[in-house]
Design a protein. Structure first.
Ligand code: SF4
Length: 398
């Protein structure tokens, strides 16, 4: 979800001097910034990239309402600045207690967002109820510029139209909208069209997620490191037009820092960058000119990414209470049924190791940008089995 907020300061701590990576005011070793809570794995879709390997029916072993309210109380007990909470799935709209949970978290002072699936369950009435319960934001996934790509990816005809309607309903209900897009070989060519669509939808954030080979996504084709680099540079060009961030590709921070420092010395545009550029120029030429009049969804400045990552400010709780560094890194630090999340987050050896740049291996371990980037620990684990290894999705050679 949107990670902008008052808990953030703009100052870099790495060479070169960098105003373009934001850091938190508080110690991410002591409290998380963002907690993703998987309420259920039940979902009416069967998406090709689904981390949760969603199923039709709810699991009887899901965390109960009482267990989830206890989890929210535990997080609220940290006091300000309290973590942000995202209810995710599966599809959280399968939980009849969703509004009750949102109300409980909001009343306790937590900022609560919901990440539903784009299905007929995502109605204007349901978004209105979420807003009245205190939710501040919603995120929905769009993986194609139109029905042909998106519906094939989601494997349900009609899901593109449902999702776009749901986006409009969420905004109309007063929720801040984030759109999530999965990048793989199957979807990458649609990025220019999706960029134009999210601008039309008035998103507060476009989260571009680089597929991690876990769950059903093992069947997808992740981009190679050089292709990923081309996409990161393409996004960097788009950033003055669309508020965006990357997920599981923190090397975007390095691309921004290099840009701030005066250029990208080692990178030369590859065929994928040229293709994306040409497609964007054909459908939305002013997007590549920050000074051009026309559609602009924010103030024209590139939005600085936040220096947090898997287990380092971000933590995931599965539908049965397992605590993981991320939903894409299936190593378990403990279970909230046995120990409070705040305690597990602080003390788990697994999470502590992921917060220590000195423990990183390979290129990430000797990289100038390890402190601000550190590589995606999920990509490292998904591609090598070592969560502290190098992020092989990054092309940078320190
Ligand atoms: S080598 Fe690792 S730490 Fe350095 S930019 Fe790439 S992913 Fe980030």
């Amino acid at each position: 979800m949107d990670t902008e907020g008052s808990q953030i300061s703009r100052h870099g701590g790495v060479a070169p001097p960098a105003p373009s990576v934001r850091r938190l005011h508080f110690d991410v070793g002591a409290r998380p910034f963002l907690v993703l809570v998987e309420l259920t794995r039940a979902c009416d879709l069967a998406c090709r990239h689904c981390r949760a390997e969603s199923v039709r029916d709810r699991d009887p072993a899901e965390l109960t309402t009482a267990e989830l309210t206890a989890l929210l109380d535990d997080l609220a007990s940290l006091g300000a600045p309290r973590p942000r909470v995202v209810f995710t799935g599966g599809d959280p709209f399968h939980r009849p207690d969703l509004e009750e949970l949102v109300r409980h978290g909001s009343s306790a002072g937590l900022s609560v967002a919901v990440s539903p699936a784009g299905t007929p369950r995502a109605t204007a009435e349901r978004f209105g109820a979420l807003r009245r319960a205190g939710a501040v934001a919603a995120s929905l996934s769009i993986d194609g510029a139109g029905p042909s790509t998106h519906d094939a990816f989601r494997r349900v005809d009609g899901s593109f139209d449902w999702t776009v309607q749901a986006c409009r309903a969420a905004v109309a209900a007063g929720l801040r909208l984030q759109v999530n897009t999965t990048v793989s070989r199957e979807t990458v060519a649609d990025l220019p069209g999706i960029a134009r669509l999210v601008a039309d939808l008035a998103v507060v954030m476009w989260s571009v997620f680089f597929v991690v080979p876990v769950g059903r996504a093992e069947q997808l084709q992740p981009l190679g490191a050089d292709e990923t680099e081309d996409v990161l540079h393409f996004l960097h060009e788009l950033a003055p037009r669309v508020p965006l961030k990357t997920t599981e590709a923190p090397a975007y921070r390095r691309v921004m820092l290099e840009g701030e420092a005066g250029g990208h010395s080692a990178w030369r545009p590859g065929p994928l960058f040229d293709e994306l550029h040409a497609r964007l120029r054909a459908i939305w030429p002013e997007a590549l000119d920050p000074e051009a009049p026309g559609r602009r969804v924010h103030d024209g400045r590139r939005r600085a990414p936040l220096s947090v990552g898997d287990g380092r400010g971000v933590v995931f709780v599965s539908h049965v209470g397992d605590v993981q560094p991320s939903g894409f890194l299936p190593l378990v630090a403990g279970n909230v049924r046995e120990r409070p999340l705040t305690s597990l987050y602080r003390d788990s050896p697994l999470l502590r190791s992921l917060r220590d740049p000195a423990r990183l291996g390979g290129r990430c371990g000797r990289c100038d940008y390890a402190d601000s980037c550190g590589g995606s620990r999920s990509q490292a684990y998904g591609r090598s089995g070592d969560p502290l290894g190098e992020d092989a999705s990054c092309a940078y050679v320190p």
